[in-house]
Design a protein around this ligand. Sequence first.
Ligand code: MN
Length: 291
Amino acid sequence: MEWITPVKPGFGGFDEPYERANVVFVGVPLDATSSYRSGYRFGPARIREASANLETYLTSAGLDVFERLNISDLGDLMVTPTDLRATGERISRSVQRITKDGKMPILLGGEHTLSYFAFQSFKDVFVVQLDAHRDLRDEYLGDKLCHATVMRRVLDHLPPERLLQVGIRSCSKEEAEFAREARIATYTSEQVIDDVPRIAAEARKLVGKARVYLTIDLDVLDPAFAPGVATPEPGGPSTVEILRLVRELGKLNISAFDVVELVPPHDDGTTAFAAAKIIYELLAAMASSPK
Ligand SMILES: [Mn+2]
């Protein structure tokens, strides 16, 4: 219906047919294991809304991401509220299918537990995690699989030298000891703030040409820049520091990424717009770097 010139509901207000796409968005409104703030289920919709109100031309890269990439948005995956495993299988199956079709999946969260199911679709990946928290507890409030244990569960299937944690400023004593013993590569929040270009360069060197699953927990940002998250942790980098970082990380050999932990009932829009901007910067970096 050309005569109405509709704004499409997909990311950025655009929506290429799946068959033509090389980048495919899926929303995962998972809202199951929160121990404090909840309302994640509104996350994907708010990120899409913000994305439609930001420019698709990125001044940093000097390109329009929608001219360089064919972007499709499949909408939100069905979440079974009381069955995490059933929802998890649906996440894994979708990510597997998109990858098998030669396209890159991008997941809009939703709570962080979704990363565990998405990650399982990839063999031999390097997991790069931007997060205030390590999420390495073996158990939390009696749960083996939840937002506080998600990376520990990932490590059930991944050698610890294939995990890089960036922006860390909070964990339990048990997690700190586990991370030390497992020698998990870590950059603290203050290391990032002190020298973004150096951390970005070191991260790129460490990861090399490995295929990457990138997970971005929005609480990596200082709560001043991202108040709408489930567990805000003071002392984080600013939005511009994270944008500069992801601009470099976007040059890695990324197979898939997710942006998680937005809780719209606690957001004034700031966090949703930061999330959308981070995604645009990543897309621009990917579009401008030959793989
Ligand atoms: Mn976190």
